[in-house]
Design a protein around this ligand. Structure first.
Ligand SMILES: C[S@@+](CC[C@H](N)C(=O)[O-])C[C@H]1O[C@@H](n2cnc3c(N)ncnc32)[C@H](O)[C@@H]1O
Length: 258
């Protein structure tokens, strides 16, 4: 049993929750919508992929309020996309429909189709995989797994982008281990790009140990850095790289143990 989260408004006016279980906000208190756009859409190149109308498969770790999926739908509509999009996400502790009704994300979109989004998604969830078509006339599918990351094992998933949006490594350690990043590799296309707001060396070392190439980029809303990772080092050509070898050495010598 988890404590219920409290609804809060961040500094850009958009909703978030404060988790009374993890003692952490679901998003950056300086702005959830602004942070999500920067970390998950603009920096890793999802917006460019949408503009080029290429088919897209995304895997998100931590569905939470559904903000990232909501923004994806908003980008899809505003860029007048028509290609297939498959969005996989994992959530062990879903918010309730009543909690979702407090989210104000619809006011950040110009599209009437998204007005009832939050209430709709959270009213129909069952344990296990839920397949939802949020916009009946668009080729977008949400595959939302209600359960833990450990239990997530979809067949044939090869994501182009991974949104790693867990709580921080200090409180949500199981999602930041080398084993977790190894598992994410098995769900990734050969040139997949993983993005996360997190810039902690310990988390980066776990990614490097699992075989991800790493780069740093400017963080959102005054945060110095975020992390971009890929299974293809060419995908990181435009970023400032992180020395994976050095991080692996530190990882193997238990440099990150408390
Ligand atoms: C930072 S919040 C996600 C924010 C979310 N992407 C959003 O836009 O609202 C992290 C989420 O991961 C979920 N979570 C934590 N540990 C998990 C686990 N082991 N398996 C699946 N979900 C987990 C939490 O319940 C929480 O909803």
């Amino acid at each position: 049993m988890t404590d219920r989260p409290d609804h809060r408004i961040t500094k850009d006016g958009s909703s978030t929750f404060y988790s009374n279980t993890y003692k952490q906000y679901y998003h950056n208190p300086n702005g959830s919508v602004s942070e999500s756009k920067h970390v998950f859409f603009e920096t890793p190149g999802v917006t460019d992929t949408l503009a080029s109308q290429n088919e897209l498969t995304i895997l998100e770790v931590g569905f939470g309020t559904g903000l990232n999926f909501f923004l994806l739908l908003d980008y899809y509509l505003s860029k007048k996309c028509s290609m297939p999009v498959r969005y996989y996400s994992i959530e062990a502790f879903p918010i309730t429909q009543e909690e979702a009704s407090k989210l104000n994300y619809a006011s950040f979109s110009d599209f009437d189709e998204l007005r009832t989004f939050s209430g709709h998604i959270f009213s129909h969830l069952a344990t296990g995989m839920n397949t939802i078509k949020p916009l009946p006339d668009k080729d977008i599918e949400l595959h939302l797994f209600i359960g833990t990351f450990d239990d997530f094992s979809p067949a044939g998933l090869k994501a182009d982008f991974i949104f790693h949006d867990a709580f921080s490594p200090e409180v949500n350690a199981e999602l930041w281990t080398a084993g977790a990043f190894q598992k994410l590799k098995t769900f990734s296309a050969p040139d997949a790009v993983l993005s996360t707001y997190c810039a902690a060396s310990k988390a980066r070392a776990a990614m490097a140990k699992a075989g991800w190439y790493l780069a740093r980029s400017r963080g959102a809303l005054g945060k110095r850095e975020m992390t971009i990772a890929s299974l293809s080092d060419q995908k990181l050509a435009s970023f400032k790289r992180v020395n994976e070898k050095r991080l692996i050495e530190r990882f193997l010598s238990n440099d990150f143990e408390n």
